[in-house]
Design a protein around this ligand. Sequence first.
Ligand SMILES: [Zn+2]
Length: 419
Amino acid sequence: MMATRNFPALFATLLLTAACTPPERAQAPPGDDDVQAVVIRVASALDGTGGRIGPSDIVVVGNRITGILPRGRGRGRVIDLGEATALPGLIDTHVHLGWHFNREGRTPSPEVEETPEEAVLYGAENGYVTMFSGITTVQSVGSPADRDLRDAFARGFLPGPRVLTSLSPVGAWIGDEAEPYRARVRELKAAGADLIKIFASASIRVGGTPTLSQELLDATCGEANTLGLRTLVHAHGPESARRAALADCTTIEHGALLDRATLELLAEHDMFYDPNIDLVFRNYFENQDRFLGVGNYTEEGFEQMRDAVPVALATFREALTVPGLKIVFGTDALAGAHGRNEQELIYRVEIGGQSAMDAIVSATSVAADSLGMGDEIGTLAVGMRADIVATAGDPSENIRALGSTRFVMIDGLVRRRDY
Ligand SMILES: [Zn+2]
């Protein structure tokens, strides 16, 4: 009787506990690491820097990797992933998390009204499917709403990737004077931006010509460097990328039309290069009717993109031969592309000629370095954050294994487990 009478109260307490306690991480009391450690047991692992590890127990306590031991040696709660291969969670350095198809199935436009609540839920969906596919960190560039998504996912209740965001981008619309660009960078920093996104060239749909002078790029990247913010520069043509290198910016995005001399200049300036050579184009073509007629999405623009595909591929192949050029993984994922980010890596390997291991490293340790987080994520090693994914099959042997994610852990939290 007692139990029955108390049940509603007990149930309420449980609900309250469930609602107010952050999701459980593996936690160990001091000096007793075995007690609540989680052991991820796999047939093999890739460390994210090009190294292969044999059958392993990856030990996680809290949100950190505390040990990588021969399989069977780990002590704690075992998650046995059988024949799976573990690797660091993938990092996509260029996505547009909030960009979605609206309730009419089209890219958003002023003609179809949408509430901010609808829009942010689409962003949460995009974050979820991205994370579920094995992308544990994204850099989302171009929307103020990314900040709330970033903070929501970071609270740990809502499953999604770790998000870094530029908030709004910087571009020629600010004007011809340098000081407003510096001021804008300071405003973005104060508003919580993790990095600065700069449009230094026109869209490839209109030729990719430079849109910012050397002086304006110097001002923008210079101010960001002073404040400790990285700069991602949208630059299709060689001249805009050259200016970004001279201005000491961090990363060139797209760069579809770059020549060898410019690629070498990027390497000399220790810049990162984020080519987007497949998914963004193919996604546009697959969903052409959902874009056509909105903004600068015209038939002619789509023709320009079709013409750009072989050019971007040739540029990527050239980039692979440039010594010291740090190529990172970014997809420019927008509406229609979220959650299939790995297809870009498959294309790079199968069509572009990159080795599977190099493609994986570009999406793990090199991408982490480009985010300034190389000592936190992107590598499977003791002391790193527990961002771990596992795939059926070894993607360094067959890159298509990246499409068979079976397990996702972010910051010590299990977000997907298919076994
Ligand atoms: Zn973009």
